[in-house]
Write a protein that binds this ligand. Structure first.
Ligand code: OAD
Length: 270
């Protein structure tokens, strides 16, 4: 168990003083929920698959059935996963203080833990829309049973057709080469500049423009602290880098701030 003594002093004192906190999360935030990251050796998606084949507009044009099938599998994985202790600690912190959560993750684990997410920089898996007229789609998705339903997804799957035009339904994620959702980056930039502490949790910091947010914070004089079991580019620039996982570090930090309370740890009812 991580004790308060292991929390970097600069983090604990900044967190105690902070009126506003911004937390930037990446795939490592959900790793302990069993959702694969992208770049971790062996287990990361991009260690096993070529992003150019699955996460670009060109891949979608070339082979929509392959791309749709892969995203259906990812959605099923997320639906089967539960928020981990790190997600729940952030939600608990957010009930006690103004915490702006900005995530690169396309899953909904922050929300299911009880956090309000200020910005999903890379969209959301299930924010389906037409690839032609952009009309949102909330119809039935073949191959996507409820979370407790039978596993039926095969590798390839034709995407549903749009009811309004000849287009096809696509996942609500941002692919490489595409623009971020309108307003998402500006909201994130405003949040990191307005914060008294920026925590960067579980991201390799290799994808632009999310990777620039810690610099924007530091340029505004806001301390940046990283939580990541591995070294990243940010490690050298951050005020502190805590080599711990999200599900260990965040509950330890929030317990140090507010004391441990079993009641507070309960997940909110749906
Ligand atoms: P990456 O896979 O690039 O990086 C994951 C980071 O999480 C690494 O630095 C790991 O060391 C760290 N990590 C692993 N397990 C952890 C744990 N239990 N607790 C804390 N940290 C842990 O994922 P991202 O940085 O999120 O974009 O990737 C950024 C973007 O690249 C993604 O949003 C996605 C991807 O291509 C799109 O799909 C557009």
């Amino acid at each position: 168990m991580t004790s308060a003594a292991q929390i970097p002093a600069v983090l604990l004192s900044a967190a105690r003083r902070a009126g506003r906190i911004a937390v930037l999360t990446g795939a490592g935030m959900s790793a302990e929920s069993g959702v694969p990251t992208f770049r971790d050796a062996q287990t990361g998606w991009w260690a096993r698959f070529d992003p150019a084949e699955l996460a670009t507009p060109q891949a979608w044009q070339r082979d929509p059935d392959l791309v749709w099938g892969w995203y259906l599998n990812r959605i099923r994985g997320v639906r089967a996963a539960q928020p981990n202790a790190g997600h729940r600690a952030l939600a608990r912190w957010g009930r006690r203080a103004p915490v702006d959560v900005v995530t690169q993750n396309v899953d909904d684990l922050h929300e299911r833990a009880g956090s309000r997410v200020l910005a999903h920089l890379h969209g959301a898996l299930t924010a389906f829309r037409c690839d032609s007229c952009a009309t949102p789609f909330d119809g039935p998705v073949p191959g996507l049973p409820p979370a407790d339903g039978p596993a039926e997804v095969t590798d390839r799957m034709p995407p549903p057709r749009c009811a309004h035009c000849p287009g096809q339904i696509r996942p609500g994620v941002v692919w490489f080469g595409e623009a971020l959702p309108p307003g998402a980056f500006d909201d994130a930039a405003d949040a990191v500049r307005a914060a008294d502490l920026v925590l960067v949790v579980g991201t390799s910091g290799l994808v632009f423009p999310a990777s620039t947010l810690p610099d924007l914070a530091q340029a505004a004089g806001v301390p940046v602290v990283e939580i990541n079991p591995e070294q990243t580019d940010l490690s050298r620039r951050a005020e502190a880098s805590w080599r711990a996982t999200a599900a260990v570090a965040l509950p330890a930090l929030v317990d140090a701030l507010y004391g441990s309370s079993e009641d507070d740890r309960l997940e909110p009812a749906d």
